[in-house]
Ligand binder design. Structure first.
Ligand code: SF4
Ligand code: SF4
Length: 111
């Protein structure tokens, strides 16, 4: 299955194949199957499908994969702009109010 392309040739996703141990964590968490197994490691198969959610980089135990996350998911951006604290996609962008509440330890009021 091919996933939507957001913009061509702009994803910040990078993979250091020499660092990759082939653990597969990035394959498990990527919602768009951007990475695939290749010769005991992984390779980037569909960079333009990357929505820069950051899940792969967060879960890679050896920092073989990097991405500048937080700007790629249009649905999360739209839902956040509408004041929703959860989204219908796989990621949620915190509003500045929610970030402040979370960093202070208090609970943000769900909208
Ligand atoms: S940033 Fe998200 S969409 Fe892009 S490769 Fe990593 S897990 Fe997949
Ligand atoms: S999580 Fe990191 S080490 Fe594991 S397969 Fe993916 S890139 Fe390689």
């Amino acid at each position: 299955m091919r996933f939507p392309v957001y913009l061509h040739n702009v994803a910040t996703l990078a993979l250091d194949e020499d660092k990759c141990t082939g653990c597969g964590a990035c394959l498990d968490v990527c919602p768009h199957a951007v990475l695939v197994r290749h010769n005991g490691r992984v390779r980037i198969d569909d960079r333009d499908a990357c929505m820069e959610c950051g899940a792969c980089a967060t879960n890679c135990p050896v920092q073989a994969v990097t991405v500048q996350s937080g700007v790629g998911c249009a649905m999360a951006v739209i839902n956040t702009a509408l004041g929703r604290s959860s989204s219908s996609c796989c990621c949620v962008i915190e509003t500045s109010e929610q970030k402040a509440a979370n960093s202070s330890g208090s609970t943000a009021t769900p909208r």
